[in-house]
Design a protein. Sequence first.
Length: 334
Amino acid sequence: MPERTDSDEAALREARLERAREVIRLEARTIAGLEGLLGESFAEAVGRVLACTGTVVVTGMGKAGLIGAKVSATLASTGTDSIFLHPAEALHGDLGRLRRGDVLLAISNSGESQEIKVLIPVARKIGAEVVALTGQPDSTLGRLADCVLDIGRVDEACPMGLAPTASTSAMLALGDALAMAVLAERDFGREDYALYHPAGALGRKLLRVSEVMRRDAELPLVASGAPLSDALRVMGSTPGKPGAALVVDAAGLLVGIFTDGDLRRLLSERGQLRSEDPVDGFMSRSPRCARPEQLVEEAERTLRERRVDQVPVVDAEGRPVGLLDVQDLLDARL
């Protein structure tokens, strides 16, 4: 076999890239074509999902099932009760997951998958509504469904025209369109989304300060008028070693904060400090504070803009109830 020349390798690379471009173009055209297929049936499907008193159960076989699992996950994460039901498992007992009042979203390009054809009549007998997502509205699935979402006749990007490629892209896009149209009509905001995504970047940013702040035994409090040595002792002995002391008056209201940064600055300026002097003479007065119900994202902005490592958290009366430390944000990857 002759060795390939540099020009042969270059031609091969270009052929590979062109094939990839062709697949992307075809799938992009397929998805774009869905816009023209949207109509009354889509609006009806949105209405059925919003009116569902049970669960939106998504099903599909093979690659369509993989798309269905993703669509179900998107629905569930945006305020719609949803599970994925494998059609083959459903026919062997898992149909017990389906109840009257549920909406069954069945995904099949051909609409003739054997498992789907067996499943749909039983689902209707149970009392579930059926929404079909298919490329063949006149298929068995399409005829048995209450509502049909049509992806149209799709040319697959596979060189043999067989492997599900453009069709699954269309299924995913139309499934996402359904989920987002439903979301737009729900009372579901950023905070609700964060509740379902506590480990995600958005979820972490939408945490409340009360969820990450130091409190109770970890709250470094020192009385106004106490010697500086007391503040240093509190800073060193409080669990977590916060590197700050919150100074409160006789009513328990916050009057200042003394931090490691203040100590270093004062030592640099004065050379030495009298530990018996009141902490009030060294603390920062009227510090910028956070509230327990405030978003961590907003409190983090305060830390960044003021270039400080700690922010006191106070209640409506001005009593310290927590301390937000930059290390806690780092630990939470914020």
